[in-house]
Ligand binder design. Structure first.
Ligand code: KMH
Ligand code: ZN
Length: 277
């Protein structure tokens, strides 16, 4: 089994300081949270950015500022900027996160429209084609985010048609978003059974499902995403003080289950990315 790649989704677009005071908004806070996660064992940071007052933004300049600031203190980390942004943003607005210098090694590509709590997260076929084209043009490896079972079929069909980058594909199965596929081991197994040979995958459980999904993924040979974007609690009733605390808990689970944790350099090999020169 390959070593475990841990991704920290440090910020997200929806969670607030009212829910957990450690949720980062400013550049300094985003750097602090990225560093806490990397120091604890995360090889990847999945990045959203905010205005100082907490409003989500996909501003190219804000992504540039945060990227440079994070890479200054975590020079080896793999950054996966979000192209999902927040519900209601336009495709062009969302794609700005792929305009930074250097070009991101990876970026998320959301694999279909779905419910998102009370709202609808809009990912039409033309939107996904545009995102796939952009990533193929720029050599960005997508992380295919599937919130629903049907998203997997959608993206595999697009890959077969050459509309999005294909082999080897990296999937992130985000399970337990209200209104989407529930976070059960059964659902995770179905998804993993149906990805092409040679693919890699990550499991993300939302809210109280974060650590049960992490444990299942560790045992199944997949990878794990945790962080404030997905879950604010270290355990029932106990808010996490940092993303690093959430990552450290996954590292402890991996250790108990006998799985080594990948560095960023090892994660690049596993994900078939170019080594950082
Ligand atoms: N904020 C969600 C609506 C992504 O990063 O690509 C979408 C999201 C997915 O977080
Ligand atoms: Zn995200």
């Amino acid at each position: 089994m390959d070593k475990l790649i841990i991704t920290a989704a440090i910020c997200g677009a929806e969670v607030t300081k009212e829910q957990n005071p450690a949720v980062p908004y400013t550049v300094e806070e985003i750097v602090r949270e990225a560093k806490s996660a990397v120091d604890a064992g995360a090889a990847i940071v999945h990045l959203h950015v905010r205005h100082d007052d907490g409003r989500p933004t996909q501003s190219r300049d804000r992504f540039q500022e945060c990227t440079e600031a994070i890479l200054k203190v975590c020079p080896d980390v793999i950054l996966i900027p979000s192209t999902g942004g927040a519900v209601g943003m336009s495709p062009d607005e969302r794609l700005q996160s792929t305009d930074t210098t250097p070009v991101p090694e990876m970026a998320t590509l959301d694999c279909g429209t779905c419910n998102f709590g009370d709202e609808i997260f809009d990912n039409t076929m033309p939107t996904m084609r545009a995102f796939g084209k952009r990533m193929m043009e720029r050599g960005i490896k997508p992380e295919y985010e599937c919130f629903e079972m049907g998203h997997l079929d959608t993206i595999l069909t697009m890959a077969r048609k050459g509309e999005v980058p294909a082999h080897p594909m990296q999937f992130n199965f985000v399970l337990g978003v209200p209104g989407c596929t529930p976070a059960t081991v059964d659902n995770l197994c179905w998804l993993v059974r149906n990805i092409p040979a040679g693919s890699t995958w990550t499991a993300t459980g939302i809210g109280r499902h974060a650590f049960p999904m992490a444990a299942a993924a560790i045992a199944m040979g997949g990878n794990v995403r945790v962080g404030f974007e997905d879950n604010l609690y270290l355990e029932r009733g106990v808010l996490a003080k940092s993303n690093g605390e959430l990552v450290a808990k996954v590292v402890r689970l991996a250790k108990e289950l006998g799985r080594g944790v990948a560095t960023s350099a090892e994660a690049r090999q596993i994900l078939n990315l170019k080594p950082r020169s």
